[in-house]
Design a protein around this ligand. Structure first.
Ligand SMILES: Cc1cc2nc3c(=O)[nH]c(=O)nc-3n(C[C@H](O)[C@H](O)[C@H](O)COP(=O)(O)OP(=O)(O)OC[C@H]3O[C@@H](n4cnc5c(N)ncnc54)[C@H](O)[C@@H]3O)c2cc1C
Length: 448
């Protein structure tokens, strides 16, 4: 171990990005390798090295005599699209079952507008029950176990067997792993947290507002930056900008680091132009509620008055206790087919992880969950209908980046490009903001 308090060694031996992290097992084989600073993935890899010396690739056989039934786990972005597309493609006697613990689908990008008082929760949620109208069987229950050998999902209201399984359970937020969270942080990634942030911003008159990303990975690489832009705009319009400092702390070396450096530089420039203090390579250590400080492992400490936090992400409990869990802490899938190590079991969206040609991970984002869901639905439908499927995920994606003041930027490109993802930022403007709003309206209308 070498101390590197000011990051000089880090900068000398990297290109502003963490080098390949490699874990080699006792037999000399590489167990884990990733070009990303992802402590949780590393920790899981070490744990698995002890607990499961060789991760067996198992494949279950179809249940003889079962009726056709595809089960989709999770009614978020990926699950909603997968179930709807499956229903559209499959004959009526093939059952499509969707399971979620929540009664409602939540369109998560709208959380950022809720945070600044531009949306109420009821405006961006829809009852999953409505999907029954198009022939999707909705089960409102907690998923507890995955028995992949016997093709059975265990839930709080009984077992459900399947022929094909789509796992789209998202990423579980783990604020409890951040010491001091309850005492001093507001959760930027939940409706309850965003409602509290809005109330706090309304009451705010002077001091330090901060956004903290304590760890990687997190979903929607743009969201914390959008939160900074929206909060800045809100505070300026309120007429108190002169009394308020805004900070953003992140372990990333640049905004949206999976994209080409020019894109991150543009976002960093826009933060600077709005007077937002950006703290990249901030390796979070702890919150100190007694002094209202955010502390880095190199000892840097910043006092804050209003703190919004992107909680650490992990695979949902039911996935972590299943053999689907990969060494990265999420589910490893084939980058094109989204198939797991198990026959007829697919994982899509935030619960899955896909390593890109340059060693970084595909970002966790709704737009990608959406495209992956369509591919998986087509593959399953083709198989049920006895066709050879050529449906394949192409790694293309896009996202709007809200900038406040009714303006947005837009990034789009190809994450599977070699050797590095190719993404371009389109010049910000008002039309792009309305594009983001129009997509929200389309989403909530189209699927429901
Ligand atoms: C503030 C914010 C802004 C965002 N903005 C954008 C954006 O602009 N563009 C973009 O592309 N992405 C955005 N995202 C990310 C996007 O919302 C997610 O990447 C996407 O929803 C992932 O889809 P998913 O299906 O994998 O998981 P989710 O949509 O999270 O769905 C998972 C579902 O599984 C259910 N579930 C989990 N465990 C269980 C269990 N044990 N039993 C029963 N049910 C369970 C949950 O209730 C949930 O409904 C944003 C996210 C946030 C938080």
């Amino acid at each position: 171990m070498i101390a590197d308090a000011d990051g000089a060694l880090f900068r000398a031996f990297t290109n502003g990005w963490v080098p390949w992290s490699v874990l080699v097992g006792p037999d000399g084989k590489v167990i884990f390798s990733e070009n990303e600073f992802d402590e949780s993935g590393f920790a899981v890899a070490i744990q698995q090295m002890y607990e499961r010396p060789s991760v067996a690739k198992a494949s279950a056989s179809r249940v003889v005599g079962s009726t056709g039934r595809t089960v989709v786990l999770g009614g978020g972005t990926g699950g909603l699209v997968a179930a709807s597309e499956l229903r559209r493609r499959l004959p009526a006697d093939h059952r499509v079952v969707l399971v979620d613990r929540s009664e409602d689908h939540v369109y998560q990008p709208s959380l950022l507008w809720q945070m600044v008082g531009e949306r109420r929760l009821s405006q961006f949620t829809r009852p999953l029950e409505r999907l029954q109208r198009i022939g999707i069987e909705f089960r409102h229950t907690e998923i507890q176990t995955l028995d992949l050998d016997n093709r059975v999902v265990g839930t709080a209201s009984g077992d459900i067997d399947y022929d094909s399984l789509v796992v789209s359970l998202g990423a579980q937020l783990a604020p409890e792993t951040v010491p001091g969270f309850d005492e001093m942080a507001l959760n930027l990634y939940t409706p309850e947290g965003c409602a509290r942030i809005h109330a706090a911003l309304q009451d705010f008159s002077e001091g330090v507002v901060a956004i903290l990303i304590p760890s990687l990975p997190f979903k929607c690489p743009a969201a914390p930056y959008e939160a900074a832009f929206l909060a800045e705009s809100f505070i300026r319009r309120k007429g108190i900008r002169r009394n308020v400092e805004i900070h953003l702390f992140t372990p990333e070396h640049t905004p949206m680091p999976v994209a080409p450096p020019a894109l991150g530089d543009s976002i960093a420039d826009m933060l600077a132009a709005r007077g937002v203090h950006y703290h990249p390579l901030f390796t979070f250590k702890e919150l100190r509620p007694e002094t209202s400080e955010v502390v880095a492992s190199d000892g840097r400490a910043h006092r804050v008055d209003l703190l919004m936090v992107v909680p650490p992400h992990q695979a949902p409990e039911v996935v972590r206790s299943s053999p689907l869990l990969g060494v990265s802490g999420f589910v490893h899938v084939d980058p094109r087919t989204l198939q797991t190590d198990y026959d007829d079991v697919y994982a899509i969206g935030d619960v899955a992880t896909i390593k890109l040609p340059n060693g970084k991970a595909l970002p966790k984002a709704g737009v990608l969950a959406h495209s992956e869901a369509k591919v998986v639905a087509q593959r399953i439908a083709d198989e049920v209908l006895g066709k050879r499927s050529d449906a394949s995920f192409d790694g293309k994606g896009s996202c709007w980046i809200e900038l406040g003041d009714g303006r947005a930027a837009f990034a789009r490109g190809d994450f599977y490009a070699e050797p590095d993802p190719q993404l371009k930022l389109i010049r910000p403007g008002r039309t792009l903001h309305w594009g983001k709003v129009a997509f929200e309206k389309w989403w909530l209308h189209h699927w429901f």
